[in-house]
Design a protein around this ligand. Structure first.
Ligand code: SF4
Length: 127
């Protein structure tokens, strides 16, 4: 019996977290029908999640000579989800020296995606 390709995903666009079912339907404009979401943003998310999932990565990196031992960072934009693990390994090797300004590039062009990892707060040097 034919059973269409079907994926269950949780929408992360807003805190409601709707449970979506994404079903392959060739006659749909995007090639998929999305059910279970409350709004159009969820439909877009559901299709993207099964065709090209991406994430913004947030973390911290080691910093020396600053007020705190870790500095919060994030990717400027989403990167392909399959790169998240490798990016976390890369971020764990970074060691900065204070001072650092908010928005400063910490890792440039990660894995040739054109996306930088940036500082999300400033950290002044302490004497
Ligand atoms: S479908 Fe809409 S309401 Fe539901 S979690 Fe996604 S963005 Fe929020």
């Amino acid at each position: 019996m034919y059973k269409p390709e079907e994926h269950n995903v949780i929408c992360t666009v807003c805190p409601i977290g709707c449970r979506l079912t994404v079903i392959r339907e060739e006659h749909e404009p995007d090639g998929y029908k999305v059910i279970g979401g409350v709004c159009k943003r969820g439909e877009k998310f559901g299709v993207k999640e099964v065709t090209n999932p991406t994430r913004t990565v947030t973390s911290t990196v080691a910093i020396e000579g600053g007020l705190l031992p870790r500095l919060p960072v994030r990717t400027e934009k989403d990167i392909p989800k399959h790169l998240n693990y490798e990016l976390m390994k890369l971020i764990n090797q970074v060691k900065l020296q204070a001072p650092v300004k908010i928005g400063e590039v910490v890792v440039a062009n990660v894995f040739d995606t054109g996306v930088n990892v940036i500082a999300t707060r400033s950290m002044r040097a302490v004497k």
